[in-house]
Design a protein around this ligand. Sequence first.
Ligand code: CP
Length: 297
Amino acid sequence: MRHLLGIEGWRRDELESLLDRAKAHLPGGPDTTHLLRGKVVANLFFEDSTRTRTSFHMAAKGLGASVLNWTHTGSSVSKGETLLDTARNIEATGPVAIVMRHRSSGAPHLVAKHVKCAVINAGDGTHEHPSQALLDAFTLRQRWGSLDGRTVLIVGDVLHSRVARSNLHCLKALGAQVVMCGPPTLMPPGLEALGAEVTHNLDAVLPRADAVMCLRVQLERQEQAFLPSTREYARLFGLNAAREERMKAGAVVMHPGPVNRGVELAPAVADGARSVILEQVSNGVAVRRAILEVCTA
Ligand code: CP
């Protein structure tokens, strides 16, 4: 039994081993419903989610598990029950794994110290979203074979993005160059020390990118004072049709979702030929099956 709390610190061979394993879980692969038959996976979501929660649900079902879908709305959190009491009570119902999302960075790490089952971080505050980074890397590997020598441009609200942080660790470990681009007020310090190239000029770096990962401006996590207007943001950092034309031949457009259409990504680009956004979602199920398999082994 092991936890998946973040990507930071994972070695390349460990990442590749999990991503290789995920290939066996793609549609049409061998029947894996025996792997967690009779077991329960608990989804413990203190924050809203469409993709991650449903994807872990589908992944657990694909391994033969039953799924306990707990969300904070309608729960005893409203009566003041603590995070640890909630997690311990859910654990007492007998799951082999808790898949957990929380608005506070480090919350899954705290829970992991107090429960015996596996804890899988499904996004903690602005810290990490490891399964998202793994499915992003999987999608790029499926296309390119290897990430060595490839340039991935991550654009947007890097400051509040757990996806960006996990992807930086994951993509760098797998051999890619990572360029981070966004408004100065939405870029955290220390990105260069983690191996990223940092720029505020999207048009200058766009033609170099093999993949452009657009990020949502996370209005729910910030002071409005630090934000450019939506119009200004779209003009300076939005991936629109004119910018898409200046991308490299074969370069792909990614987004972890949910998309603010017309802000960081024009609808025509989100739904266009370069977009692999729904491929990311589909691959997420296979990758999360592999995560559940490895964490509960
Ligand atoms: N990518 C992602 O985490 O989406 P959800 O918030 O819908 O889970």
